[in-house]
Design a protein around this ligand. Structure first.
Ligand code: NAD
Ligand code: GLY
Length: 348
C-alpha cells in the first residue's frame, strides 16, 4: 500500500492499494470524524461496490445515505447536478458532513462540483473505481459538468479531503473502459516519464497508478488553478474534447484523448512547431491495446468546438507540444493558426 500527500491549498492524502475498499471506513476515520456521509455513485457501480463501502463506513460510525444516477457521460449534466443538490438538501447534509464519490471520472467530477457548491462547499472523498479515475481524475480537484456547447464548461477547483484507490475494482471494469485509463496514463508518460510506457504495456497497475499520481501531484502542487504548467495535462484534449462532443459522447473521454494526442502531435510536427514526431511513439504505445486512432470529423467541425478550449486566452491558445518522449511544452498559437493546425492534423 502506498500513501501520498498532496500539498495544495487544502492538503490531503491518497491511499493506493489492492482490496482496501472493505476497510474504507477505518481509513476515513484517520482524517474524518464520525458524521453524515452521502455516497454518490452511478447505477453500475452502485450494484457492484456501494454495499461494501456503505457497510464499512457504517461500521466505522458514519451515518450513511446514498444518491445514485444513471451511469455514463450523458449524465454529466446540469440536470443530474441539480438532482444531486436537491437530494443532499433532502438528506439534510450539513456543512460538517461529507460526500463520498464512488465511481469513475463522471461520478468524481459531478460529486466534486456538488461538494464545491452545496452550502457553498462541503468536504468530499474520492473513491475511484476506473483506471482513468485512478490515474487522473480523482486527484487535483478539477470538478464540473458538460454544457450543450461542450465538455467541462462549468465547474470549480475543489480539492478532495481524501482519495482511496483500490485497483482490485478494475477486475469488474469492461475492457474498453480500461483503455481510457491506458490513454490518460500514456499522456502522463509522454509529458513527464517515457519509461512509464513499459509499465502501462505490462499492465502493472500498481506501478502505473503510483507514478501517474506522483506526477500529477507535483504538477497540481505547482499550479493548482491551471494557469500554467497544469495545462500540460491537457495534451490531446483540445481535439479530444471536440471529438467527444461531436460524437455526442459515444466516443469515450480516454479514447478521444488518445485520438487527440496523435492528431495534435501530427499537426505540431507538420506545422514545424517541433522536430519530434510523437505520432510514432504514441501509435506504438496505443495500437497494441486495440485503439482506433482515426478521427472521423472535418477540420471545420473540430475547429468549432476547439474554440471552447479553456487554454484559449484572447486571440491565442496554449497548445501542448511534444518535444521528445517524456517531455512536452506549452506553445502559444493564434486562433487563425489553430485552424491550419487542425487541417494539418486531419490530413492523411
Ligand atoms: P465513467 O465515470 O463514465 O466510468 C466509465 C463506465 O465504467 C461507467 O459506465 C461506470 O458505471 C463504469 N464503472 C466504473 N467503475 C467500474 C467498475 N469498477 N466495474 C465496472 N464498471 C465500472 O468514465 P471514466 O472513464 O472513469 O471518466 C471519464 C470522465 O472523467 C470524463 O467525464 C472526463 O471529462 C473526466 N475526467 C476528469 C478529470 C479531472 O481531472 N477532473 C481528468 C480526466 C477525466
Ligand atoms: N486532467 C487535467 C487536470 O487535472 O488538470
Amino acid at each position: 500500500m502506498k500513501r501520498y500527500t498532496v500539498t495544495t491549498s487544502r492538503p490531503y492524502d491518497i491511499l493506493i492499494g489492492e482490496s482496501i475498499l472493505g476497510n474504507a471506513g477505518s481509513y476515513l476515520r484517520e482524517c474524518i470524524d464520525p458524521c453524515k456521509i452521502s455516497i454518490i455513485t452511478d447505477s453500475t457501480v452502485n450494484g457492484i461496490y456501494e454495499q461494501t463501502v456503505h457497510r464499512s463506513l457504517a461500521e466505522s460510525g458514519y451515518d450513511v445515505t446514498r444518491i445514485v444516477f444513471p451511469a455514463g457521460e450523458q449524465s454529466k449534466t446540469m440536470s443530474t447536478y441539480t438532482n444531486i443538490l436537491e437530494s443532499l438538501a433532502e438528506e439534510g447534509l450539513s456543512r460538517s458532513d461529507v460526500i463520498v464519490a464512488l465511481g469513475g471520472g463522471v461520478v468524481g467530477d459531478l460529486s466534486g462540483f456538488a461538494a464545491a457548491t452545496y452550502l457553498r462547499g462541503v468536504r468530499y472523498v474520492q473513491i475511484p473505481t476506473t483506471y482513468l479515475a485512478a490515474v487522473d481524475s480523482s486527484v487535483g480537484g478539477k470538478t464540473g459538468l458538460n454544457l450543450l456547447y461542450g465538455k467541462n464548461l462549468a465547474g470549480a477547483f475543489w480539492q478532495p479531503s481524501f482519495v482511496l484507490c483500490d485497483y482490485k475494482t478494475f477486475e469488474t471494469l469492461p475492457a474498453e473502459e480500461m483503455l481510457d485509463g491506458v490513454a490518460e496514463a500514456s499522456k502522463c508518460a509522454m509529458l513527464m516519464e517515457a519509461s512509464l510506457l513499459q509499465y502501462i504495456r505490462a499492465r502493472d497497475y500498481e506501478r502505473v497508478i503510483e507514478r501517474c499520481v506522483s506526477i500529477k501531484k507535483s504538477i497540481v502542487e505547482a499550479d493548482e488553478r491551471d494557469t500554467g504548467i497544469r495545462q500540460l495535462l491537457n495534451f490531446g484534449h483540445t481535439i479530444g474534447h471536440s471529438i467527444e462532443k461531436l460524437s455526442s459522447y459515444r466516443i469515450s473521454h480516454g479514447l478521444a484523448v488518445a485520438k487527440g494526442m496523435v492528431f495534435e502531435s501530427r499537426a505540431a510536427y507538420r506545422m514545424g512547431l517541433t522536430s519530434f514526431d510523437a505520432t510514432e511513439t504514441l501509435t506504438a504505445a496505443l495500437e497494441p491495446f486495440g485503439f482506433d486512432l482515426r478521427v472521423p470529423y472535418t477540420t471545420d467541425e473540430l475547429y468549432k468546438y476547439a474554440l471552447n478550449d479553456k487554454k484559449i486566452k484572447g486571440d491565442h491558445i496554449a497548445m501542448v507540444i511534444p518535444e521528445k518522449p517524456g517531455r512536452c511544452v506549452l506553445q502559444k498559437i493564434s486562433l487563425d493558426d489553430l485552424h491550419r493546425f487542425i487541417e494539418l492534423g486531419n490530413e492523411a
